[in-house]
Design a protein around this ligand. Sequence first.
Ligand SMILES: C[S@@+](CC[C@H](N)C(=O)[O-])C[C@H]1O[C@@H](n2cnc3c(N)ncnc32)[C@H](O)[C@@H]1O
Length: 254
Amino acid sequence: MAKQNVYDNDTFFENFLSSRGNKVNFNDCIETPILFSMLPSLEGKTVLDIGCGMGQHAKQYSVMGAESVLGIDISAKMLEYAREHNSADNITYRQLAMEDIGEIGEQFDLVTSSLVFDYIEDFPGLMRKIHTLVKAGAEFVFSMSHPIVTAWDGAYDRYTRTETGERLYANLRNYCLEGPRKVDWVVNGYECYHRTVSSLINALIGAGFIIEECQEAHISDDMRKQYPALFGGTIHRPEFIFFRCRKPAQTDNG
Ligand SMILES: C[S@@+](CC[C@H](N)C(=O)[O-])C[C@H]1O[C@@H](n2cnc3c(N)ncnc32)[C@H](O)[C@@H]1O
């Protein structure tokens, strides 16, 4: 599987749009607050957002004082939305696959990415490319689905349930087997890559990054009680994993 562009599928895009339009969603309630808590000050910084989607984060980075923000994404539909709803003088949106980021040819004070690396076949290769785009001494902060979540392939119910159907806990399938996972989710044959936590860590270290912080999303009791349909039954499972990495001040690739 290479360069899947499921976000340009009409059904998938509409569904994504409406799920993000709903105030209570995993991205805004769980993922984004953790990611933003791991960011350094953006004042005067040049920022690259890989897989910027509809541009909400890029817009925030601009508001938070970034000097410039480059948002890249493979999806024309997502970028169209970003340009219409989340533009600013210092934001540039560009259609580019993350596999091709070597073309960018400049370095940034901060590279970020939010829930995009699930779609990359060659994770270690991508980490090496990103390393060349980060200025020496600067940071790279990202989130992706937690490997415990991607260890599933749709062959059975994702949850073990009570007799009345409430979720008790999530089932795991073949955690140690890495590779593409295909599930029928919104569209038939939705694909992402599953890899283990140690593979993520080793790819970051192998690319030359220092890992300064790692977080696993935890859904609070309050949230689970308030929105049981969305968050109930997931207390034992981290939905997302986050890393804050630094490129050492002295490196071979600048
Ligand atoms: C879950 S959305 C996240 C969007 C945004 N980062 C956010 O947090 O709102 C995943 C995004 O990754 C983009 N994407 C998927 N595969 C990509 C690829 N190969 N290169 C660049 N972007 C990609 C999709 O088009 C989509 O906008």
